[in-house]
Design a binder for this molecule. Structure first.
Ligand code: SF4
Length: 328
C-alpha cells in the first residue's frame, strides 16, 4: 500500500474544483495538477507548455501516452501552442487582477513538453517562443522555474532575473552512450551539466532532476555517485528523482530499447495500475530512493523524491519551488 500524503495546498484553497475553475479562465497558463494524485506533494504552482508534444523521444516519456500522434522527432503534428504569446499576455493580465496568492506562485516551463525543442520541424532556436514567454513573465515580475533537457536555456539567461528564476536540468546519466539510448534526440549530458554550471556562475539557483531511475539501466550506485559529484562541482543545490513508472506505451519502448533490463525488472512491478501508471513495489522504490538520497547527502546537497509517497525522505519541498526556497 502506498502512503497518501497530506496536501498542504488544501489550506490555501488549492482544491481540485478551485483549480478547474481557474483553468477555465486562463488560456495557456494552467494550475499544475497531475490528475489530483494524492502522491503529489508539490506546492501550489502554475504551468505553461509553450509546445505540445516533444521530439526528444525519451523512451520513458509519460506524456507520449496522451500526446499520441504529437510526439516524436519527425512527427509533423506537434509544435507551438496556438497564439501562445498572445494567450500568455491575456493570462498575465487576468492573474494580476486576481492578485495573491496566485501571483506569488511560480510558473513552470514545461512539464509535459520540453521548452527548448530542437528538431527539423520544431526549433525554439528559430521560433523563440519560449524566450518570448520568459521575457513577458519576467517583465511582469513572475517567478519562473524552467525544467529542460537542453542547454539552449543558456541563450535566455539574459531574459531572466536570477532572484526570481530557478533553473532545472534533467539528467538521467552522465554516460553519453547510455543517454543516447535513453533520450536519443536530447542534448548529451555533458552539455546539460555545463549549462547548470554556467547558470550557477551567473547567479541562478540550480537543481537537477535525475529522473526517472530505471531498474537495471541507470540506478546503479557508482555511476550515480559520479553524476552527483559532477553536479556538485557544477554548483547544483538540489537533486530530485523518481522511479520509472511505466505506462502502456513507455513499457513497450523500454522492452525495445533495453530488452534484458525490461525482462529482469518485470517482477519488481506491482500488478495493476496507480492512476494509469505501473509502479514498482514499495520496498523496491524505497530502496532506490534511499540509495540515491545517501549519495546526494554525502555530497552535501539536498534531496527530494517525486510522486513516490515518501515525503519523509524529502529535504524541504519536493520540487524546489516553494516560497521558502525561492524568493518571496
Ligand atoms: S523531454 Fe520530456 S516530454 Fe520530451 S520526450 Fe523526454 S520525457 Fe517526454
Amino acid at each position: 500500500m502506498m502512503t497518501a500524503v497530506p496536501q498542504s495546498t488544501i489550506s490555501l484553497g488549492w482544491t481540485a474544483s478551485a483549480k478547474k475553475k481557474l483553468a477555465g479562465r486562463l488560456k495557456v497558463i494552467k494550475p499544475f495538477d497531475p490528475y489530483h494524485s494524492p502522491l503529489c506533494t508539490c506546492p501550489p504552482k502554475l504551468t505553461l507548455n509553450v509546445y505540445t508534444g516533444c521530439g526528444f523521444e525519451c523512451f520513458y516519456c509519460y506524456t507520449s501516452s496522451y500526446a499520441w500522434g504529437r510526439w516524436g522527432r519527425t512527427c509533423d503534428r506537434w509544435g507551438p501552442r496556438k497564439d501562445v504569446l498572445r494567450g500568455l499576455e491575456k493570462d498575465i493580465a487576468a492573474l494580476a487582477d486576481a492578485g495573491p496568492p496566485l501571483t506569488r506562485m511560480p510558473v513552470v516551463l514545461s512539464l509535459s513538453s520540453d521548452p527548448y525543442p530542437d528538431s527539423p520541424l520544431v526549433n525554439e532556436g528559430e521560433l523563440r517562443l519560449t524566450r518570448g514567454c520568459l521575457e513577458r513573465l519576467t517583465t511582469a515580475g513572475w517567478q519562473v522555474h524552467i525544467q529542460t533537457k537542453s542547454d539552449m536555456i543558456l541563450r535566455d539567461l539574459d531574459a531572466l532575473d536570477p532572484e526570481r528564476a530557478l533553473i532545472g536540468l534533467t539528467i538521467t546519466t552522465a554516460d553519453r552512450r547510455l543517454a543516447a539510448r535513453m533520450e536519443p534526440f536530447a542534448p548529451p549530458p555533458e552539455r546539460r551539466i555545463d549549462a547548470l554550471a554556467e547558470a550557477g556562475r551567473r547567479g541562478f539557483d540550480t537543481i537537477c532532476r535525475i529522473d526517472p531511475l530505471v531498474p537495471g539501466v541507470n540506478d546503479a550506485a557508482a555511476p550515480l555517485a559520479e553524476l552527483v559529484q559532477r553536479l556538485r562541482d557544477a554548483g547544483v543545490r538540489k537533486v530530485i528523482t523518481s522511479t520509472f513508472k511505466k505506462r502502456w506505451d513507455s513499457a513497450r519502448r523500454f522492452e525495445a530499447a533495453f530488452p534484458q533490463e525490461a525482462a529482469s525488472s518485470a517482477e519488481l512491478y506491482e500488478p495493476g495500475l496507480v492512476q494509469g501508471y505501473m509502479y514498482m513495489k514499495e520496498d523496491v522504490r524505497r530502496g532506490i530512493m534511499q540509495r540515491l538520497r545517501e549519495i546526494v547527502h554525502d555530497h552535501g546537497m539536498a534531496f527530494s523524491c517525486c510522486r513516490e509517497g515518501f515525503a519523509e525522505l524529502n529535504d524541504g519541498c519536493c520540487d524546489g519551488t516553494t516560497q521558502n526556497e525561492m524568493k518571496d
